[in-house]
Ligand binder design. Structure first.
Ligand SMILES: [Zn+2]
Length: 179
């Protein structure tokens, strides 16, 4: 009898904590949970996270050569060349290839590096891998849907996350919240 009551209580606690974790998202911050507030009211944006099986040569036909080189050949744009580095309007930054939302304007900060920089990202929309291309170990990140390379993440950003997501402007498109 007591054992049964204990089990029911334990199950109820698990269910409650599970729900709370989903609502806030495990380890998510306030900028991440409110990201959809930055979409325009009638945005026609697919939020599907199913990986696209689209060959690189198809993307090559659709994208400008410089964007293609960053997204699918892991090239890096020259600093201070992207107009998105100075973009200050409210809105959402999308993957330039598949248009999956990756960051909001509230996540952006001026890092002074000459690349669009963010303190955090839209949860679940970016994947990471270790990158040994520089003289030191870096963490590369990419769009989870099309696999397109976006940039590198460092741990020298501002509070509260201390993260600096350093992104190529050529790999992004900006969707302002107000038309
Ligand atoms: Zn993408």
């Amino acid at each position: 009898m007591h054992k049964r009551q204990f089990l029911l209580t334990a199950m109820a606690l698990l269910l409650t904590s599970g729900r709370r974790a989903r609502a806030a998202g495990a380890g998510e911050n306030a900028l991440q949970t409110s990201w959809q507030d930055f979409l325009p009211p009638k945005a026609e944006i697919s939020l599907s996270l199913t990986p696209l099986k689209k060959p690189a040569k198809e993307w090559r036909k659709e994208l400008p050569a410089d964007s293609y080189a960053v997204l699918f050949q892991e090239s890096t744009e020259a600093p201070f060349t992207s107009p998105l580095d100075k973009e200050k309007r409210a809105g959402v930054f999308l993957c330039r290839a598949c248009r999956l939302p990756l960051f909001t304007s509230a996540m952006k900060f001026d890092s002074g590096t000459g690349w669009p920089s963010f303190t955090t990202h839209i949860p679940g929309h970016l994947g990471k891998k270790k990158d040994f291309k520089a003289f030191f170990l870096r963490t590369e990140y990419h769009c989870v849907r099309c696999g397109g390379h976006q940039g590198h993440v460092f741990d020298d950003g501002p509070a509260p996350t201390r993260e600096r997501w350093c992104n190529n402007g050529l790999a992004l498109a900006f969707l302002p919240r107000e038309a």
